[in-house]
Design a protein around this ligand. Structure first.
Ligand code: NAG
Ligand code: NAG
Ligand code: NAG
Length: 487
């Protein structure tokens, strides 16, 4: 009797499997039969037993290939890796249907395949899925809701693909996502609010893409973000408040972009920021108080830019500058020897961290008129006639300059924006702009001493209109007068 019973039971089972369109003869694990398109190695051989499966695609695979049916016998599967030979076009889609048979999947890796697009709901119904990695899969497009409705997803890696744009809602309903990695793609566009719902994201990797433009809405909603990596992109400019959507940021990596301009409030609100990398960009100047919003920075990288100066307010706003491990790098810039560096000596003695002390001791600048590079600490700032400002709305240069044949005036202006925060811009005047002053310059052969450089008149249209900004008392050096003494 017993054998008959068993026969009946197995007959019913096969009937059930058959009626689900599943052929029970497909053996997924550790077998390689002729013409099979994918070889899978499993941690356990038996039906419904493997927890971890790693498959290698040998021949081009279609969505209706028999091999997918083998997953029906692997309902306990928690980890699946599918790898293909690079550039062999062997797997061109996400096997969404196979996943219907593996409801306990927690970890999915697909590597070196040729999936040009992630369609809507590519991984839907995988309630336990916590990690997805799609690396080097030639993915170009993420459809709306491509990765969506995954309540336990914490890590999503789509590295080394060909994605060009991040369109709104491609990632949707991923309430636990903490780690999003999109490095080495071809991303040049990010829709505003793309990350809006990722309020638990802690780390966002966007390095090695072609991002040129970010707005105050780009990172909107990233309330928990700690680390943002934009290394090696093509950013040109940082507008005001561009990072205000990520107020918890600890580390911001902007190195190796093409940033030549930073708005005064670009880093506004990043109170927790401790590490800021701006090296290898094209910065010529830093607006006044650009780091006012980031008082807790302990590591500031400014090397390999074109900075003409690092003015006193930069260091003064970094309130940890004299803390134990504070470090700031500024090598390979084009620092000029002038009044703006007159803070260096003071901080070289205040600095506690030996490496920072050393940086300051070795800091160099170039003295333009004689084209000599010097150590900043060797400069005698008395030679530079650093002028202090007054509260008046005009600045008078009582330059007791004898026989000058040229005068160059640099103005560091401070003004107020809509939100009452002060900022400063460096204005370098050309001789055309400096009509009033240049009018007063003696001719080359004149031996008449120049006694008084007149007030600079307000001119609403000129680029270096300074008067609206001189009515505040709280600032230090505003003007420098260099003279080239006639021989
Ligand atoms: C092997 O696969 C090819 C195409 O994938 C098919 O045309 C052929 O009939 C298969 N042969 C066997 C023995 O299954
Ligand atoms: C990257 O994107 C640009 C358009 O932004 C496109 O011209 C280029 O071909 C893409 N590169 C690759 C490798 O697909
Ligand atoms: C400065 O220039 C303005 C316009 O160019 C002129 O009106 C003004 O009188 C000049 N001031 C002096 C002191 O030369």
């Amino acid at each position: 009797m017993m054998p008959n019973y068993l026969g009946l039971v197995s007959g019913v089972i096969s009937l059930v499997l058959w009626s689900q369109g599943v052929t029970s003869h497909v053996v997924l694990c550790n077998t390689l039969t002729a013409n099979q398109s994918m070889y899978c190695s499993c941690d356990l051989d038996g039906v419904d037993e493997a927890r971890r499966i790693s498959c290698f695609v040998i021949n081009p695979l279609k969505p209706d290939d028999e091999v997918w049916k083998g997953f029906a016998r692997q309902s306990e599967l928690t980890s699946l890796t599918i790898t293909s030979q690079p550039a062999s076009s062997s797997l061109e889609f996400v096997p969404t249907e196979a996943f219907l048979r593996t409801p306990r999947l927690q970890e999915l890796n697909i590597k070196q395949c040729s999936i040009s697009e992630l369609p809507t709901n590519s991984f839907v119904h995988l309630e336990h899925l916590s990690r997805i990695a799609l690396e080097n899969d030639e993915i170009r497009n993420l459809r709306k809701h491509a990765v969506s409705h995954l309540p336990r997803l914490t890590s999503l890696v789509i590295s080394d693909n060909l994605i060009e744009a991040l369109r709104a809602e491609a990632l949707f309903d991923l309430p636990r996502l903490t780690f999003l990695v999109l490095d080495r793609n071809n991303i040049s566009w990010i829709d505003d609010n793309f990350f809006l719902h990722l309020s638990n994201l802690m780390e966002l990797e966007l390095w090695n893409n072609k991002i040129q433009h970010i707005t105050p809405y780009t990172f909107n909603g990233l309330k928990s973000l700690r680390r943002l990596d934009l290394y090696k992109n093509r950013l040109i400019k940082l507008d005001n408040y561009v990072f205000s959507g990520a107020p918890r940021l600890h580390e911001l990596d902007l190195k190796e972009n093409r940033i030549s301009e930073i708005a005064p409030n670009a880093f506004h609100g990043l109170f927790s920021l401790t590490s800021l990398h701006l090296n290898r960009n094209r910065l010529r100047m830093l607006p006044a108080h650009v780091f006012r919003g980031t008082p807790n920075v302990m590591m500031l990288e400014l090397s390999n830019n074109r900075l003409e100066s690092i003015q006193r307010n930069v260091i003064e706003d970094l309130s940890r500058a004299t803390d134990d491990h504070f470090i700031m790098y500024f090598r390979n810039n084009q620092l000029k020897c002038d009044c703006r560096l007159n803070w260096v000596e003071e901080y070289a003695s205040l600095a506690k961290y030996l490496i920072f002390k050393k940086e300051l001791h070795q800091m160099q600048c170039t003295q333009e008129n004689i084209r000599v590079t010097k150590r900043v600490l060797d400069i005698n700032f008395d030679d530079f006639r650093c002028l202090e400002t007054s509260t008046s709305s005009s600045v008078t240069f009582k330059a007791s300059v004898q026989r000058a044949n040229a005068i160059e005036i640099h103005l560091y202006k401070r003004t107020e924006d809509g939100e009452n925060s002060l900022f400063e811009a460096t204005v370098s005047t050309s001789s055309e702009n400096l009509k009033n002053v240049s009018n007063m310059q003696p001719h080359v052969n004149s031996h008449r001493p120049l006694e008084l450089v007149p007030s600079i008149e307000r001119n609403e249209n000129s680029a270096w209109c300074v008067f609206p900004v001189f009515h505040r008392t709280i600032f230090t050096s505003i003007a420098l007068v260099f003279q080239k003494i006639m021989i």
